[in-house]
Design a protein around this ligand. Structure first.
Ligand SMILES: NC(=O)c1ccc[n+]([C@@H]2O[C@H](COP(=O)([O-])OP(=O)(O)OC[C@H]3O[C@@H](n4cnc5c(N)ncnc54)[C@H](O)[C@@H]3O)[C@@H](O)[C@H]2O)c1
Ligand SMILES: [Zn+2]
Ligand SMILES: [Zn+2]
Length: 357
């Protein structure tokens, strides 16, 4: 089959690899129908995630059709259309039993496109299929559902829920990429008084306004002052960090009100300064987190009810074989205006197992 292969920092290609085969009775083999590229994939290609080995198939977000299910798999059968979660879950370890699948110690967690081959391929092996894929109702489009593999559960769980957004809150979202935009959408489910979006790029602020942010500010134009002006000098009740650099995290700490909450989503590669000399007296709560995807079934119900603006987040569509072009467009988002890029063919009618199966 064809797959997007990582060959070490700066080198990827759409090449030939053997078809995946089931290695365990809990595995499913899924034909990929819709797949996206994540900012985290760009981090991997840059070399920021050293545990990803050369030869690895990247990708952790997809919708596909089950072509083979191991003898232990109970919840899906060949022919079922499923959402592949970015997080796999053994279901047995201490963390899985608390619904904290991201921290799975039994072979799950973030493994796809990280420590095992991922979804940017014609077929993918999904371990622990019962807890790692979600059957899709026929009313839900694959290219809408694929945004629930990672960005919506991440923004909701690590941003909105960890930040404990409540009715009437002022919520500041720093970073208006796909994750920050999904944080704006999911924070608004809780009727905040206002959402203030901060980014360096004007097109991203325009997207934030379109998705419901009442106020926006450029990161290089003292957004702390806007937050202070709108809150009588107090600061935001909740600040959500969706960038992952020291400057943005430190900005969040200057925006939060006494007693407020800072929810960090960004993946950080460098240390950030925590000004405890200012903050010790302010009763601040700071949270960090890897997504668990325990909210995915609820988000799928919202999607089916037409309550999530997924289509607005996909700016570019490609055929699967245009993977390298899609990486280029996504990697130059400032020039191309890309939010999420999605790849895949039109809806298939029949499930055809790859040769030899
Ligand atoms: N915790 C998790 O489980 C999890 C899961 C997925 C992604 N992430 C991380 O979330 C972060 C956001 O993801 P994304 O896909 O939206 O990334 P992205 O790169 O598309 O978006 C980041 C945005 O931040 C803006 N930005 C850059 N520097 C800024 C600054 N100093 N101040 C304000 N804005 C600034 C950029 O213009 C861009 O719009 C990334 O770090 C990603 O790796 C975390
Ligand atoms: Zn991701
Ligand atoms: Zn587990």
């Amino acid at each position: 089959m064809k797959a997007l292969l990582f060959h070490g920092p700066g080198h990827i290609d759409w090449g030939d690899v053997p078809d995946p085969t089931a290695e365990d009775a809990a595995d499913a083999i899924v034909r990929v129908d819709a797949v996206t590229i994540c900012g985290t994939d760009l981090h991997i290609v840059k070399g920021d995630v050293p545990e990803v080995e050369p030869g690895r198939v990247l990708g952790h977000e997809a919708v596909g059709t089950v072509v083979e299910a191991g003898s232990d798999v109970r919840s899906v059968r060949p022919g079922d259309r499923v959402l592949i979660s970015c997080i796999s879950a053994c279901g047995r370890c201490r963390f899985c039993r608390e619904g904290r699948y991201g921290q799975c110690r039994g072979g799950g967690g973030w493994v796809l496109g990280h420590t095992i081959d991922g979804t940017q391929a014609e077929y993918v092996r999904v371990p622990f299929a019962d807890l790692s894929v979600h059957p899709l109702p026929s009313s839900v489009d694959s290219f809408d559902a694929v945004l629930l593999a990672d960005i919506f559960p991440t923004a909701y769980e690590v941003g909105t829920l960890n930040g404990a957004v409540r009715p009437g809150d002022t919520v500041a979202v720093v970073g208006a990429g796909p994750i920050g935009l999904a944080a704006i959408v999911t924070a608004r489910l809780y009727s905040p008084e206002r959402v203030i979006a901060v980014d360096l790029a004007e097109p991203r602020l325009a997207a934030a306004r379109f998705l419901g942010a009442e106020a926006t500010a450029r990161a290089d134009e003292r957004p702390e002052q806007l937050v202070a002006d709108l809150t009588g000098g107090l600061g935001a009740d909740v600040v959500i960090e969706a960038v992952g650099v020291p400057e943005s995290f430190e900005m969040c700490m200057r925006m939060v009100r006494p007693g407020g909450r800072v929810a960090n989503i960004g993946v950080h590669g460098k240390p950030a300064v925590l000004h405890l000399e200012d903050l010790w007296i302010k009763d601040i709560t700071i949270t960090t987190g890897l997504v668990d995807t325990s909210s995915t079934p609820m988000l799928l119900r919202l999607l089916a009810a037409g309550r999530l603006p997924t289509a607005e987040l996909i700016t570019h569509r490609f055929e699967l074989g245009q993977m390298e072009e899609a990486y280029d467009v996504f990697g130059r988002a400032a020039d191309t205006g890309a939010l999420k890029v999605a790849l895949g063919g039109p809806q298939h009618d029949a499930v055809i197992a790859p040769a030899g199966r």
